[in-house]
Structure formats: C-alpha cells, structure tokens
Design a protein around this ligand. Sequence first.
Ligand SMILES: [Zn+2]
Length: 310
Amino acid sequence: MAKFHCTTAQRTLMYPVSLRGIGVHSGRRVNLTLRGADIDSGIRFLRTDVPAGMGLIPATWDRVSSTRLSTVLSNAQGISVSTVEHLMAALRASGVDNALVELDGPEIPIVDGSAAPWVSLIHGAGTVCQAARRRAIRVHKPIQVGEGDQFLRILPAETETYAVEIEFADPAVGYQRREFDLRGDGFPQEIAPARTFGFLPDIQSLRSQGLTLGGSLDNAVVVDEGLVLNEGGLRFADEFVRHKILDCIGDLSLAGARLIGRIEGRKVGHGLNNQLLRALFAQPDAWSWEYLGLARNPSKDGTQGDRLVA
Ligand SMILES: [Zn+2]
C-alpha cells in the first residue's frame, strides 16, 4: 500500500454527536446524530423514521431532487432529506470525508441559519484520520452554467477559491462581492457564521403556501425595504454574500470530493450550484481524480492528471 500522511488521508468523526432543532421549511422538530463512517463511504444521510432499508441517502450531486428553497436529496425509494447545504459546508470545511448523518425527520435543523453550530458540533466530535488517501477532483477545462449576468463557472487553477458576487434591488443588500480560499483555515470565522436571508414579501408569500413554517428572526436575516429587521443587526456588513459562498461550498461538496479549481459566480443559488456539477460530470475530459500528496503525472494527451487504479 502506498505511504500516506495524515494531512493527505481521509478523515471521519472521532465520537458521535447530536443536535436537536427544527426544519426551517417544514417547521418539524428533528433529532440528528453525526457518526463516524468507513473509508470511501462519503457523507450519507440515514432517515431513522422510515422502514429499515429505505432511509439511506448518499450526499451526492446526482441525488439532488429539488433546489427551489434549499438543496433536497432523494434516494431511489423516494425518501428525501432537505436543507443539507449548511451541514454539508461545515463537514467539507472541517475536512470530514466520511460520516453518517442520522435524523428522524425530513429536514436538517436550521439552528441559527448559519453553519457555525455545525462547525462547533463537528469540533466537539473531533476528527480522526483513516488509512486511505483523500482524493480530489482536478478541473481541466472551464465549465459554465447560467445565462446573462447570472452564472456560475469553475476554471482550472491550483486553488479552491470561491469568488461570488450578488446584486439585489433592496439597498440593505445591494451589490456585494467576496472571495474565499477554502484551503486556508478561515471558514469558522469568516464564512460559517453568515446566516441565510430572505425578503419580507417573499417570506409572507411562502408562508401563505405553507412553506418556511419554521423560519423566524432567530434563524434568518430578514430584510424589508432597506432595513434589516433582526434586533441585533448583521454579523458582517457583507453577511449576505458570505452566506452565498457558504451555500456554494455546501452544494458543491456534493461532488463527493474537494474540487481543485477556481469557482466564480454571480447571482448564484442552489439551482446553479447543482447545474454546475451536472455540467462538469457530463464532460469526462473536463476533470480527473487526483490523490492528494502525490506528484502530478499528466498523461501524454494532457487531459488527465494522476489517475490511480485501486
Ligand atoms: Zn443557505
């Protein structure tokens, strides 16, 4: 077996940890437990409130069944789990490759609308390295989705950078742009605390359709006509674009491995995030697996990095 170092190895959780909370869209109370998992098993959700054998849902891009209000994953039996993006971002940024997420309801708790509680929970569990190399997806060709001034693309680059800009008519948000490099250790301070947000008229309309039943000023920033309605105001002047980066990291983690490339987006959302992965994986020559810690050894045609055969 090839030599590997803990810094290039897969990681899982050292101890199980639990959290109880409500789903922002369903309003339902859910008990959730994060557990360690085997090498190469990835992140998987397990619904414990459905008949045995039906509740396992792998956290992969091809399982995304809806992106309307949040990212929803469904398995072949039609069992789903929604609002996975903030927990997925925390797992990804905390370096957790393999974990089982048990929950007794259809939606991940919203907690405070950010990824900070998940980062704390994972930190409390601790992580441990496993005896297998971590692999990454190296991007070889630019891939872009969206149209006009609303787009998301990934470009070949020796980085894991997210450059996102947003523009909303409401002056409380307006135009914001931010870049974040996931290879550093800034996620817990710079990105994780940024909360999800909504505009009061949209929230009222969703409520009338029986949606966002669990939403409140305790788990979202609510904006109305130039004003932030939350008593404590914002956590960052540009909290909105930071949250968009958080969502993008969570949604793109459904690639199943870290992406080596530069991500650039404007007016992004869960739909575009998933479309980008579908477009990337539809082009086999646009990417290749790369095992971290190994020197690159491109093949003669120049399109493939170091593909190891197991
Ligand atoms: Zn979000």
